[in-house]
Write a protein that binds this ligand. Structure first.
Ligand code: LLP
Length: 423
């Protein structure tokens, strides 16, 4: 069982609500989130964020690309979270959800001028920058507004996070970050810019990382830089360790959130850098296991070499299997004692890549509901309208209450912004 989701008398529940009831009231496919699971994951980080004397030593900045529904952002904002954004769109969402601008860090390798303007006007805490051209542009934009931009440089610590190559970001040859050997010079350049103020340093080494050692390696590399920067008269106020902590999808064994955060923070203190303010940018570990995708079986199609279980959710709803061959557990909402069959769980889209699970043992019939687990991160946010399919509804369960937090997209809305050529 998962925090927030459990089997009660052979039936899956979200907190106190049977998933079958959600399917009945809201239809499928529908993303279902547990407020309790979101809250517990956040608090697991918070637990590590204070010194014994009660002073804060670290702050969580939720990487909202993982799931940017306003209700989810609002749950975290109420708990005191900061946010990690990567676009003007995400900035607008955080502000609409009640997040505070002064707790926002702005990441990403390609910020546009208009995004910089929006973030400077809002008054974000920090820009995480990745190149000299980006630094010069920000300096110029800040000067034109007559403000000073708080900045941090994202360094590439060149460590192997031992994760999927598509989601590892801290190795040489990667588009992210500033090469280790160029960091000091880039900071010198930044220090010379009239409208930028150096406040921090950051790194992010990848995603779905299930070991602590790559983080400790990256930390050591970054702490070395902080030391040399100090020797060069450049003082760093905060250290942003990025995100990347993995979750359990099937047989993954990531460290527990609190242990992970404590280990890193204790390491920083042990190395003599306890005075730094530390930032975490977790995405997946806050929301991944707090959500699932509820779907209905349309057909069972026996095939020559294998059986197909065709469901009403598809790769447009959950891209991760098609894109990364990611594994998500798939369970029948109502457990039965019928014999199992082996099947591929696939969607209705006209692509062989449209699969959600392969070679699964399931006992299901047409009309049954399935839950695709651990779909709270990079599920809805990566969904599309491919095949002119409206995106799924989203609900959040809080105890015995179901809140509709995003309506299913109507078909008309999908082409409402399109226009015919004149007659
Ligand atoms: N900070 C930065 C600068 C990032 O680029 C990311 C994620 C995060 C934080 C949050 O990482 P997390 O804690 O979620 O691992 N779509 C892929 C994951 C892409 C991650 C991109 N960057 C997936 O579905 O597995």
């Amino acid at each position: 069982s998962l925090n927030g989701f459990s089997i009660i008398q052979q039936e899956w529940f979200a907190e106190n609500v049977p998933l079958s009831q959600i399917a009945k009231e809201f239809g499928t496919p529908t993303y279902v989130y547990s407020r309790k699971a979101l809250t517990d994951a956040f608090n697991a980080y918070e637990k590590a964020c204070f010194k014994p004397n009660g002073e804060r030593r670290a702050q969580v900045h939720y990487a909202m690309k993982a799931n940017s529904n306003l209700a989810i952002l609002n749950v975290f904002a109420r708990l005191g979270a900061g946010f990690d954004i990567v676009s003007a769109g995400e900035l607008a969402r955080v502000l609409a959800a009640g997040g505070e601008a002064k707790k926002i860090v702005f990441s990403g390798v390609g910020k546009s001028r208009s995004e910089m303007i929006a973030a400077l006007k809002a008054g974000v805490k920090c820009f995480n920058l990745e190149s000299i051209p980006e630094l010069s542009r920000l300096n110029e934009v800040a000067a034109s507004l007559g403000v000073i931009a708080p900045i941090s440089l994202r360094v590439n610590p060149d460590v192997d996070p031992k994760t999927h190559p598509y989601i590892s970001t801290g190795l040489k040859g990667n588009k992210f970050g500033i090469a280790y050997d160029e960091v000091i010079n880039t900071y010198r350049e930044a220090a010379s810019m009239s409208n930028c103020k150096i406040v921090g340093i950051d790194c992010h080494i990848g995603s779905q990382i299930t070991e602590i050692s790559p983080y400790l390696d990256a930390l050591d590399r970054v702490l070395e830089l902080i030391k040399s920067l100090g020797d060069n008269g450049i003082n760093i106020h905060h250290l942003d360790i990025g995100g990347g902590l993995g979750i359990n999808y099937a047989n993954d064994t990531p460290p527990a959130i609190t242990d992970f955060a404590n280990t890193l923070l204790n390491h920083i203190e042990a190395k003599g850098y306890g005075h730094l303010e530390v930032l975490f940018e977790p995405g997946r570990s806050l929301v991944g296991n707090a959500g699932l995708l509820l779907t209905t079986v349309e057909y069972i199609k026996p095939g020559e070499t294998k059986n197909f279980c065709i469901v009403d959710a598809a790769m447009n709803d959950l891209m991760r299997p098609a894109m990364y061959e990611a594994y998500h557990s798939i369970v029948p909402v109502k457990q039965s004692n019928m014999p199992n069959m082996t099947c591929d769980v696939v969607g209705p889209i006209c692509e062989s890549g449209d699969w959600l699970g392969r070679d699964r043992e399931l006992n299901v019939q047409a009309g049954d509901q399935l839950a695709i687990l651990s779909a709270g991160a990079y599920g809805f946010t990566m969904s599309s309208n491919y095949n002119t399919r409206g995106r799924a509804a989203e609900v959040m369960v809080d105890g015995s209450t179901i809140h509709l937090i995003r309506e299913r997209e109507s078909i008309e809305s999908l082409f409402a912004n399109e226009k015919l050529l004149p007659a």
